[in-house]
Design a protein around this ligand. Structure first.
Ligand SMILES: CC(C)(COP(=O)(O)OP(=O)(O)OC[C@H]1O[C@@H](n2cnc3c(N)ncnc32)[C@H](O)[C@@H]1OP(=O)(O)O)[C@@H](O)C(=O)NCCC(=O)NCCS
Length: 146
């Protein structure tokens, strides 16, 4: 992700979340390397940003902070493919645990993470505000991934 991607990223963010990240948050992620990995998913034929993933890698721990696909490109296997690539890459680089937070009402995301082997490791009470909801904390131990 670079400055030039921010218009597309913000459009997707606003189409995806009721309480979207502010532009300054994305800018901060772009500038916070080396722990932050803000990636865009680009449709090669259309040469267009259709999604993004932001994760932090700190020692053996990886935290996925944001992932979204443009609504026109959901349900095509892209989110799963991208996450599988990230899991393989961070495992190769020595990560042992990937965590993330998700709304329990987000059935698409919940079933994607379950399919990838994530397990519930905690609940953060009243974590989300718009609309109010607890967060489920999911974790994937990379020793468990073949
Ligand atoms: C969550 C998200 C990233 C998934 O990406 P995607 O490319 O649409 O998902 P995929 O097509 O790769 O689907 C992979 C698996 O996810 C699950 N899934 C995806 N869409 C689903 C839906 N609408 N309903 C139920 N399960 C769904 C399924 O388990 C699916 O596997 P299957 O095809 O074998 O059933 C995407 O829906 C999205 O951008 N949502 C809005 C933003 C968001 O909620 N981000 C997550 C915040 S924690």
């Amino acid at each position: 992700m670079e400055e030039k991607d921010l218009a597309s990223v913000l459009e997707i963010e606003h189409l995806s979340f009721p309480n979207p990240w502010h532009e300054s948050t994305f800018r901060g992620e772009i500038q916070h390397r080396p722990i932050s990995f803000p990636l865009v998913i680009v449709h090669e034929t259309l040469d267009r940003v259709i999604g993004y993933v932001i994760f932090w890698a700190i020692g053996e721990d990886v935290q996925i902070n944001n992932i979204a696909l443009h609504p026109d490109f959901r349900g095509l296997g892209i989110g799963e493919r991208v996450l599988r690539q990230i899991i393989a890459e961070v495992k190769f680089r020595g990560a042992r645990l990937i965590t993330l937070e998700v709304r329990p009402s987000n059935t698409a995301a919940m079933s994607l993470y379950k399919k990838l082997g994530f397990k519930m490791i905690g609940i953060r009470k009243a974590y989300y505000s718009v609309p109010p909801e607890d967060a489920i904390v999911l974790g994937l131990r990379l020793g468990d991934v073949p």
